[in-house]
Design a protein. Structure first.
Length: 764
């Protein structure tokens, strides 16, 4: 039997030893970020994605091995375990295959086939096969009994036995299942009378596509349409004759010579094998759809978390609204709240001048460099207000703050959360949202870790997928993102520290409490004084925790404390002190990593150390940049085909990307309009948060639809693909049904897939 490590190694195209070492390190309680960064020698440089695959597959394969053992024991207890069957079970590579092999031996309620066997009808079944020219009723007359008093019932019993053989033959069941999935077609139709009610599913009222060609978002749309009673789904396996031929060939049945046998085969296909194959296909499609949806969410979430930070700059945030006013908060360069207020510049109060003056005064008083404007209701009007505030400050001789539109997705969720209540117990809930908007501009990662990843709203059909798998996937993304950037232990919040490898929620809170009581940490060693932060937690976390301006300059880098001796050897060899080495590109680039490697720290680790010394604590995130919306373009009616605009990608789906060009409605760049080359995945071209230039292709003012293209040489007038419009309707309406709407005065968070579609105008 192939070992688990060998199986996974083959899947990843790596050496068995790499997987074995990874499994050993994981079993010892090491975290994925720690192994990926600081144990490259052991794993041969496996990255975090490969390590997570190893961990997930190891769990599956261990469960598979346990199931195999249980099945073998069950069959052996029955005295029916042969060497051939044992070998087949041990060689099975999926749980489904094991269950197929176990079918004939599985404990079950007594079936009609079991009753027929007890009545001796197995001999009749065999005789009907061996003598196809004989009259079935005459043969059956010799097998009548109390339970089978006439020829008809006896023949039905014989048929039940034959069909049971079909349904419990592992090889046949597997072959039929695979063929149905590979050759079959999904067909959908509208339920009579549901045409108007289910208009959002119009593209699926008469639809068909091969199972293996269906994209994940379309599968989920079809399943949702069925669940809502609008669509009926038909799992069309293809020609019945093909499957009947597979059954006949497998059992060498005389279907051409015996009408009884032919009918029994057809009955077995329709009532057993087709039903089980359709159920399996549905399960495969659901799994495929969930995997696709999780991948979209995973990629988008990583892009949002690793978006460019504006940095430590005093920020005024505006959380827009009409009747309830614009909630405002000023935070200093460290993120500390220094002022809050609510102004009413918009309808119905229309206190524009007073609001502008008040905000300009606040901004000037606190040296505001950035004005963050949430992209909810009244966003564009509030952006105009921010611009005038900035102009007032500049006219008074101050430095003009830069207005920036910021996604407020999840801000309302954070504002009502226990974390927000703990941070700001005396602050109004609505003002907390403004604080979140300001801080997420300064450092998106540090602020967004306080929000449930599902609420950040960059997913696709997130409520239709397995919620446990979704949570695990997103938590892994957050963990990898936080550890790839590193955390300043003297400024980080407990929710951010909690995401550092090796740190629990309790330890994270203890770090903050220790910092509040004793002041700044000056060395990494001091972390050992934090309650419940033991040696193992320190080993896992230390390299990702930064102490800027501390006693040891290495504590502000990604060099792990265990590797400080390597730096000392480098310092001795160059005759320079550690501080002189840091940033000394001329010296560092001339060093050979192999000269400083030993049994503990190999060339990969030394290479990383030298790179870190060159640029200590480097941030992998891109440089901060904002989209500049075109002057005079404020509403959809201001757009015209052919315009070239700058905008920000708010979301990326399987079928395209949504771009905010500053008119309250996101435009859709369909995947077909992303490049002159074929694009299989929109993430290959754009990512959430990216600033892009787009051409307006078509505008439907009445329905608020905007079609955009990344191909700036395209000719306007090309309509948005039909499927994309339908996709939008499904997402938007589903969001309403789930009660996902915002309170009055706030629209849905712009980052959500449903809202992106809504603001793009699809499904209306």
């Amino acid at each position: 039997m192939t070992s688990i490590a060998a199986t996974i190694a083959k899947e990843l195209s790596v050496r068995d030893s790499q997987v074995e070492q990874a499994l050993k390190l994981l079993a010892e309680g090491n975290t994925v970020p720690f192994i990926a960064r600081y144990r490259k020698e052991a794993t041969g440089g496996l990255d975090d994605a490969q390590l997570r695959h190893i961990a997930e597959r190891n769990t599956y394969l261990l469960e598979l091995a346990e199931r195999k053992q249980a099945v073998l024991e069950s069959i052996e207890e029955q005295g029916k375990l042969t060497d051939e069957l044992k070998g087949a079970i041990l060689a099975a590579d999926t749980k489904a295959r094991v269950e197929d092999l176990y079918l004939p031996y599985k404990k079950r309620r007594k079936t009609k086939a079991d009753i027929a066997r007890e009545a001796g009808l197995e001999a009749l079944e065999q005789q009907l096969i061996d003598d196809p020219s004989a009259d079935p009723e005459i043969l059956a007359a010799a097998y009548l009994s109390e339970g089978f008093p006439d020829a008809k019932s006896a023949l039905e019993g014989a048929r039940a036995i034959l069909v049971d053989r079909f349904a419990t033959d592992a090889d046949l069941v597997g072959a039929v299942r695979d063929r149905v999935y590979e050759q079959g077609t999904m067909r959908s139709a509208v339920v009579a009378g549901k045409e108007t009610e289910g208009a959002k599913f119009a593209d699926y009222f008469e639809f068909s596509e091969p199972f293996d060609k269906l994209p994940s978002h379309r599968i989920l749309a079809l399943l949702r349409g069925e669940a809502e009673g609008v669509l009926t789904l038909d799992m069309d396996a293809g020609e019945e004759a093909v499957y009947e031929g597979m059954i006949a060939e497998r059992f060498d049945l005389p279907v051409k010579d015996s009408e009884w046998v032919a009918k029994a085969v057809r009955w077995g296909w329709r009532t057993k094998l087709q039903v089980s194959a359709n159920l399996d296909t549905r399960m495969r499609l659901k799994e495929k759809a969930e995997e696709g949806a999780l991948q979209v969410f995973k990629t988008n979430l990583r892009d949002v978390l690793l978006a460019a930070p504006a940095g430590q700059r005093a920020t005024l945030a505006l959380d827009p609204g009409y009747r309830n006013g614009v909630k405002c908060a000023v935070v200093d360069e460290t993120g500390k709240v220094v002022a809050t207020t609510i102004v009413y510049p918009h309808q119905p109060q229309n206190r524009w001048d007073a609001s502008r003056a008040e905000l300009a005064s606040l901004a000037a008083e606190h040296g505001v460099e950035l004005i963050a404007v949430g992209n909810g209701t009244a966003s564009r009007e509030s952006e105009k207000l921010a611009g005038e505030v900035a102009d007032l400050i500049a006219q008074a001789g101050g430095k003009r703050p830069t207005p920036v539109v910021v996604s407020e997705s999840g801000a309302s969720v954070y504002s009502a959360s226990p974390i927000a209540a703990e941070e700001f117990p005396d602050m109004d809930v609505s003002l907390r949202s403004a604080v979140s908007i300001a801080r997420r501009l300064q450092d998106p990662l540090a602020e967004l870790v306080k929000v449930d990843p599902k609420s950040i709203g960059v997913g696709q059909y997130q409520h239709d997928v397995n919620q446990t798998a979704l949570a695990q996937t997103l938590d892994a993304v957050v963990e990898d993102a936080v550890n790839s950037v590193g955390v300043d232990v003297n400024t980080a919040s407990a929710p951010l520290l909690e995401r550092v490898a090796g740190l629990s929620g309790t330890v994270a809170k203890n770090i903050v409490a220790y910092r509040d009581e004793h002041g700044r940490f000056t060395t990494r060693k001091e972390l050992g004084k934090v309650p419940r932060l033991g040696p193992k937690a320190f080993e896992q976390a230390a390299g990702f925790l930064r102490i800027q301006g501390g006693a040891n300059p290495l504590d502000g880098s990604a060099v792990h404390p265990e590797a400080y001796p390597v730096v000392e050897r480098v310092a001795q060899a160059t005759g320079l002190g550690t501080e002189q080495l840091i940033g000394n590109t001329a010296v560092l680039t001339k060093l050979a990593p192999a000269d400083f490697a030993d049994e503990t720290f190999g060339v990969p680790t030394v290479t990383d150390i030298l790179a870190e010394l060159d640029k200590p604590g480097r941030d992998p995130r891109p440089e901060f940049k904002t989209a500049e919306f075109k002057e005079g373009i404020n509403e959809v009616k201001d757009l015209a085909p052919g315009m070239i605009l700058e905008g920000t990608v708010t979301n990326v789906a399987a079928f395209g990307a949504f771009v905010d060009v500053g008119v309250h409605q996101d435009g859709l760049v369909h995947v077909s309009a992303m490049s002159h080359k074929f694009v299989s995945d929109p993430h290959e071209v754009v990512r959430s948060g990216e600033v892009v230039k787009v051409k307006v292709m078509d505008v439907d003012v009445a329905r608020n639809r905007i079609g955009l293209s990344l191909r700036l040489d395209d000719e306007p007038g090309q309509p948005t693909p039909k499927n994309a419009r339908n996709q939008g309707g499904q997402n938007r309406q589903a969001k309403k049904r789930r009660g996902g709407g915002k309170p009055e005065g706030r629209r849905q968070a712009s980052g959500s897939m449903a809202d992106a579609l809504k603001r793009a105008g699809f499904g209306k």
